[in-house]
Design a protein around this ligand. Structure first.
Ligand code: PGA
Length: 226
């Protein structure tokens, strides 16, 4: 039985009160699945990392904290950046190179690489997002750390039109051919109705969920249906 990653990407959403409400809802739902088989990660904005960490401690469901970005530099004079050593105080995972960062914030391959190095240096597991096979870099294997890759085609993100499970599975297989036995997630319009189709394919090890993770009930259904 492969261990599945169910990863929420809250993006630039939620206040502290809304995060508390989300966890309250999760806590009121019965755990009807085997937690051992599923690793649930919530990637929250920096402003919520401390609160989410605190909320996970008393949560009925075992949830691990992730961040959505990290500085490409060590701590120091980098106004506005949050260093990997700071993120590590709250999180164990970090999303790196999401297509929204590549397109809106000019994140280049070089910056992505520096961020991966920082994450690994401080024991954060990078969840490296790629939207095509061209963005997969076999250098990542040489970085001496565990990492996860999320295949997220741009057309599928937030559109309500996911990739087909066949194509996503094929992409996951191709990524593994380049990187070896790495866990591969699929992301892009995942919902409780389609999640199982992606996870049935042999090379997909989990999902990265944006919009549908904001609603606690729907995210819970995604975990249940995984
Ligand atoms: P979506 O986003 O589930 O809203 O399509 C996924 C992502 O961008 O990680």
């Amino acid at each position: 039985m492969k261990k599945l990653y169910i990863v929420a990407n809250w993006k630039s959403n939620k206040t502290i009160l809304q995060a508390e409400e989300w966890f309250r809802t999760i806590n009121n739902l019965p755990v009807t699945f085997n937690e051992e088989e599923k690793k649930v990660i919530v990637c929250a904005p920096f402003t919520l990392l401390s609160k989410v960490k605190e909320l996970t401690v008393n949560c009925k469901l075992s949830i691990v904290v992730g961040a959505q970005d990290v500085s490409p530099f060590d701590e120091g004079a980098y106004t506005g950046e949050v260093s990997a050593s700071q993120v590590k105080e709250f999180a164990d995972y970090v999303i790196i190179g999401h297509s929204e960062r590549r397109s809106n914030f000019g994140e280049t391959e070089k910056i992505v690489e520096l961020k991966i190095l920082q994450a690994i240096k401080f024991n954060l597991v990078p969840i490296i997002c790629v939207s095509s096979i061209n963005q997969v870099n076999d250098k990542w294997k040489m970085m001496n750390g565990k990492f996860i890759v999320a295949y997220e085609p741009v057309f599928a993100i937030g559109s309500g039109t996911p990739d087909t499970p066949e194509n996503a599975g094929l992409m996951a297989k191709k990524i593994k051919e380049i990187l070896g036995d790495t866990d591969i997630l699929y992301g892009g319009s995942v919902t409780s109705n389609n999640v199982a189709n992606f996870l049935e394919t042999p090379d997909i090890n989990g999902v990265l969920v944006g919009g549908a993770s904001l609603d606690a009930q729907e995210f819970y259904k995604i975990i249940q249906n995984s």
